[in-house]
Ligand binder design. Structure first.
Ligand SMILES: Cc1ncc(COP(=O)(O)O)c(C=O)c1O
Length: 422
């Protein structure tokens, strides 16, 4: 590369990534083939529109790339093209979610001004593990529409489907969003389907976090239940977390008389975006071919086993794991433990100094703030890609414990913490 400044920074980031233990639950390491597709000449091409319906000339290759990505996306999740459509153009997860709302929630212009009430999006609140784009008021999803927030049960720290049902029947949301950013447990999509049916809402599942586990058979499918019962109406996902693809997103929608797919296509382009990023779409196709292999199934199973090993060992060492464990690729550790431990911010900083990268995170009913929360979120996808197994994760748990205990003990000795151990 002629640009030495950027070459140096890329090299520095490569070295950083090699050196650290990466426990960021939403990160992963893509293959060299995915990188090659991302860095290809496809980035030079404008292809506004959809295959066969472009606004620019010279798109015979683009059409093939986009169609192949669509075919592979449907095949990966075992979906028939007669039943499901997929849009592979969203640039990332947040714009994909916005496109769904833009497509399916009636805009103010469809009402007389005096009678307009913004439609409601029922989504998990940020502090319980939801994503900003599930209706939080700092995101466009909460500025143009109204969030009906829900959380977890205070005792179990898991979803309480009866409470969700009561809330949905009372608030009558237009869309219910299931699928989160920091929820370690399996989601009962059948129960969500029943709740959505009971209140007449569209069921949208944002599987960004666990999509790779669904693809690898290590997490329930949000598309349909065993026996074929239809579950979600719309499924969004990023390609870059457990799926181990490039930064990109997809929207799957059920084909029926509601014509969700047509509305979603229009919302993505021209509603929110111009030209699709074809290099990204090609890289998605590459990643999805990889995710369809037996090796990826093993990977997905190992990701969950590793998260459980990490969780069990931390619990054995005395740390409180939110909801008591995990069924997925991530876990939440209550490091603060009512003031007897260490705040999530300090914990993540101490761990980073020791070469372990995590993110601070609120825990449900957090008494502290999102900037100084009570916990950390740990995930196993990235280090599992590097071949780590359960014993490695138990070792990582012991390292984490050592770093955090040293900090707590030092503070007790210096009298700067109100802790007396835990
Ligand atoms: C559940 C969920 N949805 C959407 C997103 C947004 O994805 P992006 O960062 O690509 O906009 C995230 C990102 O972390 C997420 O966790």
């Amino acid at each position: 590369m002629l640009d030495k400044q950027i070459a140096k920074l890329i090299d520095a980031e490569k070295k950083r990534q090699k050196k650290v233990i990466n426990l960021i639950a939403s990160e992963n390491y893509v293959s060299s083939d995915v990188l090659e597709a991302l860095g290809s000449e496809l980035t030079n091409k404008y292809a506004e529109g959809y295959p066969g319906r472009r606004y620019y000339g010279g798109n015979e290759v683009s059409d093939k790339v986009e169609r192949l990505a669509q075919e592979r996306a449907l095949a990966l999740f075992g979906l028939s093209p007669d039943v499901w459509a997929v849009n592979v153009q969203p640039l990332s997860g947040s714009p994909a979610n916005l496109a769904v709302y833009l497509a399916l929630l009636p805009p103010p212009s469809s009402y007389p001004v005096s009678s307009y009430q913004p439609p409601k999006i029922m989504g998990m609140s940020l502090s319980h593990g939801g994503h900003l784009t599930h209706g939080h008021n700092v995101s466009a999803s909460g500025k143009f529409w109204i969030q009906v927030p829900y959380g977890v049960n205070p005792k179990t720290e898991t979803l309480d489907y009866e409470a969700l049902r009561r809330l949905a029947l009372r608030e009558k949301p237009a869309i219910i969003v299931a699928g989160y950013t920091a929820y370690p447990r399996v989601i009962d999509f059948k129960k969500f389907r029943e709740i959505a049916d009971a209140c007449g809402a569209i069921l949208m599942v944002d599987m960004s976090h666990f999509a790779g586990l669904v693809a690898g058979g290590a997490y329930p499918s949000p598309f349909s239940a065993e026996g074929g019962q239809a579950l979600a109406d719309v499924v969004t996902t990023t390609a870059h977390k457990t799926l181990r693809g490039p930064r990109a997103a997809l929207i799957f929608s059920r084909r029926d008389s509601r014509e969700l797919d047509k509305k979603i296509d229009k919302a993505v382009f021209p509603g929110l975006q111009g030209g699709p990023h074809l290099n990204q779409i090609a890289a998605v196709a590459v990643a999805f071919k990889e995710a369809g292999t037996p090796a990826f199934r093993q990977y997905a199973t190992q990701v969950v086993k590793n998260a459980q090993a990490l969780s069990d060992e931390l619990a054995r060492l005395g740390w409180r794991i939110v909801s008591g464990g995990t069924d997925s690729h991530l876990l939440l550790v209550d490091t603060w433990m009512n003031g007897k431990g260490i705040g999530g911010k300090e914990a993540s900083e101490r761990l980073e100094n020791a070469g372990i990268i995590v993110n601070k995170n609120t825990i449900p009913f957090d008494e502290r703030s999102p900037v100084e929360p009570s916990g950390i979120r740990l995930g196993t996808p990235a280090e599992t890609t590097r071949g780590k197994k359960e014993q490695d994760f138990r070792e990582i748990a012991r390292k984490i414990d050592k770093v955090l205990r040293t900090y707590i003990d030092t503070n007790i000795l210096m009298g700067t913490n109100d802790t007396n151990g835990y």
